[in-house]
Design a protein around this ligand. Structure first.
Ligand code: HEC
Length: 445
């Protein structure tokens, strides 16, 4: 399939990896999971804050809840950013060609991540530090959060579009920027999968935050109890986890088959099995007796962590399988490229300059004719189209413009839609170009 498609298959950069490949893979998976957990609580926390603030218009205690969650967003955000460096470096070294190609294809939107992230972060700080000042202008305050939630929801989509696009070199030819990459069938299911995991992780975070012994719930809230706050967290985690059981299969079905292998079913099915346990414990927590609500908290966190590790490994296996044939092709191309350039280097060192064979009967255009024969006849004939247009056509265009002709030969443009690009002849001297154009323009139309 890869051989028949028109995707440009680049020569990979023939540089050694800085670490053994297996170590980079382990680092990629582990550091990515650490990063994404904090991205999850950052995104989920901002959604929860918005929800709490709107609910807080009627019940002040929810506004307090929103404030408590909001205080954590900026911290989690900073950790998420710092932890994002390692996976970014790993993916750059392991999948250089794929990652850069995907980024280049969605160029503008990809680079927009930086200003968008900056704005989103500034908005969360603005929101956090104007809580009291904007107390009598609640809607303005809520709008600030709304805007940063919108950005926090959009930025992961840009990332996702790119890490998805890098898996499909066969699509690169037809992609014309972010929007067309967004319409690949598996992007949106993967995005909702991410959103739900953000809400699930945030739910557990809320439970943990309100469960801490030294956290003075009674002093902070007037009507919400510790139990009630933890229930908000458990309910969120439960709802989001159950939703994953619907979205997960859609993700699995919408991913192109080329990345599937039988081995992939092992981590995915193990992940699902452990997730079922977690959902069971979550269900017990919200429906069981009040004093037992935290009985299984540790087990839930452990189970969901194991699920995430399984799913993260599955995600990596899919990527490795999907890209393997293309990587083989790149390796072959690189080898061939290195062989040819080695050959060219030795040839150049030994080669004598090729002598021009001139035909004296051609008189003063003899030299130009010889240069033409040596450089141009593989593509141009006198009266017929070959790879390029016939010489008679050149004459019609450049009869009165020998300078233009010289310029074209030196650095050809791209003119005719149904012709390939002509190679440049920058190595010809000005003298050669004069002789050449004299000869070309001596041809009778
Ligand atoms: C590898 C093939 C190839 C070689 C070798 C080649 N050409 Fe071309 N040439 C082309 C193609 C293809 C076009 C048409 C390009 C286009 O329209 O975009 C072209 C177009 C031209 C044109 C038309 C320019 C115009 O303004 O429309 C001129 C003149 C020309 N070539 C001169 C030369 C000369 C002189 C040489 C040798 C020094 C040369 N070419 C060698 C492929 C070649």
């Amino acid at each position: 399939m890869f051989l028949s498609i028109k995707t440009p298959v680049p020569n990979d950069i023939p540089l050694e990896l800085p670490l053994p490949e297996w170590l980079l893979v382990v680092l990629l998976i582990v550091s990515f999971l650490a990063h994404i957990v904090f991205v999850n609580v950052m995104v989920g926390g901002s959604i929860l804050t918005l929800w709490g603030q709107i609910k807080g218009l009627k019940n002040k205690d929810y506004d307090v809840f929103a404030h408590e969650v909001a205080k954590t967003i900026t911290v989690n955000k900073s950790i998420a950013v710092v932890l994002g460096v390692a996976p970014l470096l790993c993916i750059n070294t392991l999948y250089t060609v794929y990652f850069y190609s995907a980024n280049a294809l969605t160029g503008l939107m990809w680079i927009l991540i930086i200003p968008l992230v900056t704005i989103a972060f500034l908005l969360t700080y603005l929101h956090k530090y104007t809580w009291e000042r904007l107390d009598d202008n609640k809607w303005l305050h809520i709008s600030i959060m709304g805007l940063s939630v919108a950005l926090f929801l959009f930025i992961p989509l840009i990332f996702l579009v790119n890490v998805n696009l890098m898996l499909f070199p066969e699509k690169w030819q037809s992609i014309q920027g972010f929007l067309s990459a967004l319409t690949l069938p598996n992007v949106l299911p993967r995005y909702f999968h991410f959103l739900c995991s953000s809400l699930a992780v945030t739910g557990l975070f809320v439970v943990w935050y309100n469960k801490r012994k030294n956290y003075p719930v009674e002093e902070i809230y007037s009507s919400l109890t510790r139990y009630g706050l933890k229930r908000i967290g458990y309910n969120l985690a439960l709802g989001a986890s159950v939703a994953q059981f619907l979205i997960g299969p859609i993700v699995a079905v919408s991913l192109p088959a080329k990345g599937y292998s039988w081995g992939l079913f092992i981590p995915i099915l193990c992940g699902v099995a452990v997730a079922v346990l977690a959902v069971r414990w979550l269900w017990k927590a919200v429906t069981g007796p009040k004093e037992d609500i935290d009985k299984n908290f540790g087990k839930i966190v452990l189970a969901l962590t194991i699920t995430v590790v399984f799913m993260g490994s599955g995600r990596h296996m899919y990527r490795a399988t999907a890209l393997a044939p293309h990587q083989k092709l790149v390796a072959a191309k690189t080898k061939e490229f290195q062989r040819l350039s080695e050959e060219a280097r030795t040839n150049a060192a030994n080669a004598k300059p090729v002598e021009l064979i001139t035909d004296p009967s051609l008189g003063e255009v003899a030299k130009g004719a010889a240069i033409f024969k040596q450089n141009c006849t593989s593509c141009h004939k006198e009266r017929e189209k070959l790879v390029g247009p016939p010489m008679t056509e050149m004459v019609s265009i450049y009869e009165n413009d020998p300078e233009g002709l010289k310029k074209w030969i030196n650095a050809p443009g791209k003119k005719r839609a149904d012709f390939p690009q002509m190679p440049a002849f920058a190595q010809l001297s000005d003298d050669d170009l004069i002789e050449l154009s004299k000869y070309i323009l001596s041809i009778k139309k």
